[in-house]
Design a protein around this ligand. Structure first.
Ligand SMILES: [Zn+2]
Length: 263
């Protein structure tokens, strides 16, 4: 009998709550080994967000809830204080809520081949929120950032462009970009999501370890400390570089791109 795999001590305990629906069935058909899928999403996030041997936040449990609601997904993290034994330290538990209605809509939107990539991409994005070290007692609403509720916020919330930019940076580096993503000039740093994620990828290419530092100290001063430049200056350089690389020679038609339709 082959030996049982040894659980990775860095990984939290996973639990699943699936409410019966078309989307839930599609999720289970696509990922019949749901615990392994969560573990894979978790490992990818740790690989791309934390350098080897760096200390990790104490995340002890992650639950995935696939249930019907409007939108795509959101994640909440809760700090569990161990007042009875201060030496033991605090730890964090997190919940990822993934809309079964959104999952059910994917085959029509994307074609069945891309359903797996999209589900995994969303899981990786949400798992980043679990491991963002400032997530303690904060809530992240991905799908409707303009209406994000700030439930039980005890510390100032990091800027939206860092929270959502880092999440899509990791999703991109993990190999699960969304089908509609397009790395082109335009937009604003504050847009967050893949627009900022691609920018962070560009900075990370030049200053290895930059995203780790930004996650540890999530504010614009970190950009200056690591790169020696203001974030707005870097954004302009990035845009200029993109503008140059996306120039199309006369007579050559550009390839069609997917419209930015972030759900
Ligand atoms: Zn998000």
């Amino acid at each position: 009998m082959p030996p049982l795999p040894i659980p990775d001590p860095a990984l939290p305990a996973f639990s699943l709550t699936f409410e019966e629906s078309r989307g839930t069935i599609l999720f289970m058909k696509t990922f019949p080994l749901a615990f392994e899928t969560l573990a894979e999403a978790c490992s990818l996030v740790l690989k791309h967000l934390y350098p080897a041997a760096s200390p990790l936040p104490s995340i002890t449990a992650v639950s995935l809830h696939v249930r019907p609601f409007e939108g795509v997904a959101h994640t909440a993290a809760h700090i569990v204080r161990r007042a009875e034994d201060p030496m033991e330290g605090n730890h964090i538990t997190a919940e990822i809520h993934f809309s079964s209605e959104y999952i059910a809509s994917l085959p029509k939107r994307l074609g069945s081949d891309d359903v797996r990539l999209e589900i995994m991409g969303v899981l990786v994005h949400e798992m980043v929120h679990v491991w963002q070290c400032y997530m303690e007692d904060q809530q992240s609403d991905d799908d409707e950032p303009a209406e994000a509720s700030e439930a039980s916020t005890k510390t100032p919330r990091p800027p939206h462009w860092i929270v959502e930019g880092v999440a899509d940076y990791v999703r991109f580096r993990a190999g699960y970009p969304a089908k509609h993503w397009h790395r082109g000039a335009g937009g604003r740093l504050e847009d967050g999501y893949e627009r900022t994620g691609f920018f962070l990828d560009w900075v990370e290419e030049k200053w290895a370890g930059f995203v780790f530092a930004l996650n540890a100290a999530p504010h614009a001063d970190t950009v200056k400390r690591i790169t020696g430049q203001e974030v707005e200056t870097l954004w302009r350089s990035y845009q200029m570089e993109l503008g140059e690389t996306t120039l199309v020679p006369a007579g050559v038609l550009p390839m069609p791109t997917h419209a930015p339709t972030h759900p």
